[in-house]
Design a protein around this ligand. Structure first.
Ligand code: SF4
Ligand code: SF4
Length: 272
């Protein structure tokens, strides 16, 4: 049991955080407990501290909307927070879609679908193209384009206020990840994940690799949803500086050799 807990400590902490955040939003909506109210695009923490999705703000800016000071401050607070904890920490610790895509990954593993030939080829950089397209469409149409169709918002609002058509979008992503492309949505398409990956290039808390302890078992690469970020495994010690790492901690907990850990980046010395 102790071993199981150790092997899943970050997974449990992430689920606790994801569900805890959802519970706070639900409590604000249903019971007026206003510790965290609003939605993932725009919230109020403790009734006073604004929190805004910086990618939604960029789209609104491109669409020509006039942004209030509170909204801009909210975007800066959120950006600064993720610059410290890791851009895509949003993905693995906050975004509710992560539970859906992790469930798809689990389904693939349990039903041995890993061995089924891949039906669709998608590059990891597609998300950056979708991000750029979202901004261009926002500019051309005068509305925040991705926000209009975001399955993340649909899922989040669906959980808090009741699921409608959003269910179809979420189910489509689940099935796409299970049968078409492994980590298809989060690891290839989602522009919000792409935005946080760009922010995460500069973030402070990163995964650290100690080559002297590594036995090349490759369990980290097997479990990692963004295995391309682990390119230094087997080569050298250092920090995983790619913004695409979600700081999910799965590689840390599966490593039996303690070769991976969370660390604080040294911006002066390269790769330390
Ligand atoms: S990639 Fe997108 S949907 Fe996936 S966890 Fe990140 S923000 Fe959420
Ligand atoms: S490198 Fe580790 S922390 Fe980063 S995404 Fe992969 S498993 Fe998660």
């Amino acid at each position: 049991m102790r071993r199981w807990i150790l092997k899943h400590r970050f997974l449990m902490a992430r689920r606790f955080t994801q569900l805890g955040i959802l519970a706070l939003y639900i409590a604000a909506n249903a019971y007026g407990f206003m510790a965290l109210s609003g939605n993932l695009s725009s919230s109020l923490l403790m009734k006073n501290i604004p929190l805004s999705d910086p990618f939604a703000l960029l789209q609104m800016f491109a669409a020509g909307a006039l942004l209030g000071a509170n909204v801009i401050i909210g975007g800066l607070i959120v950006s600064l927070f993720y610059l410290v904890v890791g851009g895509r920490a949003f993905c693995s610790w906050v975004c509710p879609m992560n539970m859906v895509t992790d469930a798809a990954n689990w389904t693939r593993r349990v039903f041995y679908l890993e061995k089924v030939e891949r039906k669709v080829w998608l590059g990891r950089s597609v998300r950056y193209w979708v991000l750029g397209l979202s901004l261009i469409l926002s500019f051309l149409t005068g509305i925040a384009a991705f926000e209009m169709v975001s399955p993340i918002s649909m899922l989040h609002r669906g959980i808090i206020f009741g699921m409608g058509m959003g269910f179809a979008a979420v189910l489509s992503i689940f099935l796409f990840d299970v049968f078409a492309v492994k980590n298809g949505w989060c690891g290839h398409i989602c522009p919000l994940g792409g935005f946080y990956a760009l922010l995460g290039r500069l973030s402070m808390i990163r995964i650290k690799h100690d080559q002297t302890k590594c036995t090349l078992c490759m369990q980290c690469k097997d479990i990692c949803p963004e295995k391309q970020v682990l390119s230094i495994i087997g080569k050298e010690s250092g920090m995983i500086v790619s913004g695409e790492c979600t700081n999910c901690g799965r590689c840390v907990e599966v490593c039996d050799d303690d070769a991976l850990s969370f660390g604080v980046r040294n911006y002066i010395k390269k790769n330390v």
